[in-house]
Write a protein that binds this ligand. Structure first.
Ligand code: SD4
Length: 335
């Protein structure tokens, strides 16, 4: 296929099908026992929540908090577990590449002071979240992109690595055979990781990291590193993170919206539901073809989680229990 057609076929609809399909495919892989992701009573602290079924990541964050680490350390080190896991093909090393075979990473982090840092379209560095944190702490900027982000990471002592594993390379090569922008249905049981933690003092931080959508156009950046879209934390109110088709999250500034709705008095669950509502009620929304999911926590430690399609889930570590909860979803009872 000529490159022009190739690009033309990269419609958001095509991408959306992939994300939605990944959720449907997940159905076969994970039949979690828990079905409720919401708490409405006064919660015990600390707690950690994350998108998808990522018990190793939440356990790491919990561990950091138990050992008097900061809440920022907790979310950074928590998501680093997934970045290093080559089997998670949506994050860090082993992430699926763009259509040209390059693994490009997006990440951001936000602390209880409301400071933030982000990297976009960064290659060759596994721990994008650590680079994002360094951008926040060691530079006068909030976001570095591409080569500049990579150069900054190397100058900060991080090592360059080839992020394209044999497994992801093989899938990409198989995809190239058809040269059709209808991405392969994902079979992994977890995805982009967004994490929020609240320590025993009620202080909140958040992190979000991803390799973005498989076989995206070169240069594409999603919602995950965009403060207010993929992640937002306001230590007075709460925090939210997003997963799914980033273009739709960006259009509604989703995570900021969830936090602002909580500020207005909505519970985390209600806020997540309304933010999904903003997407699905847009004129001409083709939401049946894509997935978006939000998780949120408020200052009291109440949590919420909601998505468009079934099979989004949230992992929560609280009271010494590390559990995965199926999210409630918009299309329930509607099909
Ligand atoms: C993106 N939101 O790049 C990310 C992808 C994702 O579950 O979250 N997938 O659009």
């Amino acid at each position: 296929m000529k490159r022009r057609n190739f690009i033309k076929n990269a419609s958001l609809t095509g991408v959306g099908v992939a994300v939605g399909s990944s959720i449907i495919a997940c159905a076969e892989n994970k039949k979690e026992k828990n079905t409720v992701a919401t708490t409405n009573s006064k919660a015990s602290l600390p707690l950690v929540i994350a998108t998808w079924n990522v018990p190793n990541a939440t356990a790491k964050a919990w561990d950091v908090l138990q050992n008097n680490g900061s809440v920022l350390d907790a979310v950074e080190q928590g998501v680093m577990v997934e970045e290093a896991d080559e089997k998670n093909q949506s994050v860090g090393k082993g992430g699926r590449p763009d259509r040209d075979g390059n693994v490009t990473l997006d990440a951001c982090i936000m602390n209880k002071e409301g400071d933030c840092g982000a990297v976009v379209y960064m290659q060759n560095i596994t721990h994008a979240i650590t680079v994002a944190r360094k951008v926040m702490e060691d530079t006068p900027h909030v976001m570095l992109a591409g080569k500049g982000a990579e150069q900054f990471a190397v100058e900060s002592g991080m090592k360059r690595e080839n992020l394209l594993t044999d497994a992801s390379k093989k899938e990409w090569e198989d995809w190239l055979v058809e040269k059709e922008y209808k991405p392969i249905i994902n079979i992994e049981n977890h995805d982009t990781i967004g994490m929020l933690a609240i320590d025993k003092n009620g202080d909140i931080s958040g992190a979000c990291t991803t390799s973005g959508l498989a076989y995206k156009m070169a240069g594409r950046v999603g919602d995950s590193p965009i403060i207010g879209s993929g992640l937002f934390v306001d230590n007075e109110v709460g925090g939210a993170v997003a997963t799914g088709l980033g273009e739709e999250v960006v259009k509604t500034v989703g995570s900021f919206l969830v936090v602002e709705l909580m500020r207005q008095g909505k519970s985390p669950q209600e806020a997540c539901e309304e933010a999904i509502g903003r997407i699905v009620t847009k004129p001409n929304s083709n939401y049946k073809n894509f997935q978006v999911g939000y998780i949120a926590v408020n200052k009291q430690g109440e949590t919420g989680s909601y998505s468009i399609h079934e099979w989004f889930s949230m992992t929560k570590y609280q009271d010494g229990k590390n559990e995965n909860y199926q999210s409630d979803f918009y299309l329930k009872d509607k099909e």
